[in-house]
Design a protein around this ligand. Structure first.
Ligand SMILES: [Zn+2]
Length: 400
């Protein structure tokens, strides 16, 4: 049997139990047999799957899964996750950014904590495993330790964290929850507005992170953000189980993989301004159509990222980027908004997002610069006005 993510996590957790206790028969007659049929399937498989399905139904959308930062569904999910953490024998609380914590603290321990977690928010029309798998696997693994009497024997603190925001759907800025725990969330985040069509086209200032936090009885101050931070001295390690969000492992028939690093990421917003007009009366030759210009830019981006060596010539030794440095480069336009978005109107403005990721920061930065340059050239050619805004830039984090 291929090991499940939960059983791999359980093996990891047992590494913080003294070795002499790791295979001790337990009081209820069950013995923990790693890798065999006695792998606590009732908890690690059956209950885990049931809980994944239950959490997957807690949605703000009807007929699809959507659970964004501090949405009504996220609070219903919070109640459920807290009940599961308590069932695993953990002490629970919700911090000032809406992250849920469930911790076991050994008495008299001065050791650094092992943190295990993932995100509880989702993208729009998400799968039920994304984020939820890492939270529920962690809780299941700790529950096995509780029912076998081993939780009380852990020698260092272990804490499960369900992060309130990773996807950045509501505010277009990612990692609100985990960045606060890491202490790298700037105070200015409180003034960032949520997204809507009216905000996108500057007709409304929207609702800020601070307003949404206060509406839900959080303090929403710089001090409160500071309280969420964990000092590096208090954390020994962090582990996260996550499903692969791509087809590679499945195609290779590998049940598990180990993440080598987190790709650097840049998010851009491209604004294309043209002349709004009637679809029936403005001749083709007199149009300044931002939709057609945006379409051309989207196709250009695809070409840039599919065949970057045609555009990039940086490496001083070989005169090119290496195949290795270009591996993993991916570019996506996932959102395109038009104003006024009517079938018989040539749009006045089109906005679209660009998401660029690479395992080499220099490649990513070069693609961003190249694309920004191309945007200006193509827009000049089409007589439309364009702007490229940087919404997010995160560096690569390699683990090995
Ligand atoms: Zn995820």
């Amino acid at each position: 049997m291929a090991p499940s993510s939960t059983s791999v996590l359980l093996i990891l957790l047992l590494s913080v139990v003294p070795a002499s206790l790791a295979s001790t028969p337990v009081s209820d007659g069950l013995e923990l047999e790693l890798g065999g049929d006695g792998l606590y399937r009732e908890i690690l498989r059956d209950e885990t799957v049931l809980r994944l399905k239950e959490l997957g139904k807690i949605s703000d959308g009807e007929g699809f899964l959507e659970r964004t930062f501090l949405s009504p569904a996220s609070f219903r999910a919070t109640d459920v996750i807290i009940s599961w953490m308590k069932d695993a024998g953990l002490t629970t609380w919700v911090d000032q950014m809406g992250n849920i914590h469930g911790r076991f603290e050994p008495s008299n321990s001065t050791d650094k904590a092992l943190l295990i977690g993932s995100h509880m928010d989702t993208v729009i029309d998400a799968g039920m495993y994304d984020g939820a798998l890492g939270i529920i696997c962690a809780i299941s693994a700790l529950k096995v330790l509780r029912v076998t009497g081993k939780l009380q024997r852990l020698t260092r603190p272990v804490e499960v964290i369900a992060f309130s925001d990773e996807e950045g759907v509501r505010f277009q800025t990612t990692f609100l929850g985990s960045a606060a725990v890491a202490g790298i969330l700037p105070e200015s985040i409180l003034q960032v507005s949520d997204k809507s069509l009216y905000v996108a086209f500057n007709f409304s200032s929207g609702t800020t992170v601070q307003e949404v936090l206060r509406l839900n009885s959080f303090e929403a101050s710089a001090d409160a953000l500071g309280q969420v931070k964990y000092s590096p001295e208090s954390v020994g390690s962090y582990v996260e189980v996550h499903l692969e969000q791509g087809p590679v492992l499945e195609a290779l028939r590998y049940p598990l993989g180990v993440v080598k690093g987190i790709a650097g990421q840049t998010r851009l917003k491209v604004i294309v301004d043209g002349s709004q007009g009637h679809a029936g009366t403005v001749p083709m030759k007199l149009r300044r159509d931002p939709m057609v210009a945006a379409a051309e830019l989207v196709v250009t981006l695809e070409g840039l990222c599919k065949d970057p060596s045609r555009f990039l010539t940086y490496d001083e030794e070989c005169g090119c980027f290496t195949e290795e440095s270009l591996a993993g480069l991916v570019c996506t336009v996932g959102e395109l908004l038009t104003w006024p978005s009517a079938s018989n109107v040539i749009p006045g403005q089109v906005n679209f997002t660009v998401d660029i990721r690479a395992m080499d920061d220099l490649v990513r930065e070069t693609i961003v610069a190249s694309f920004s340059r191309i945007v200006m050239q193509r827009c000049d050619h089409r007589l439309v006005d364009c702007a490229v805004e940087h919404k997010l830039s995160r560096e690569l984090h390699a683990f090995f």
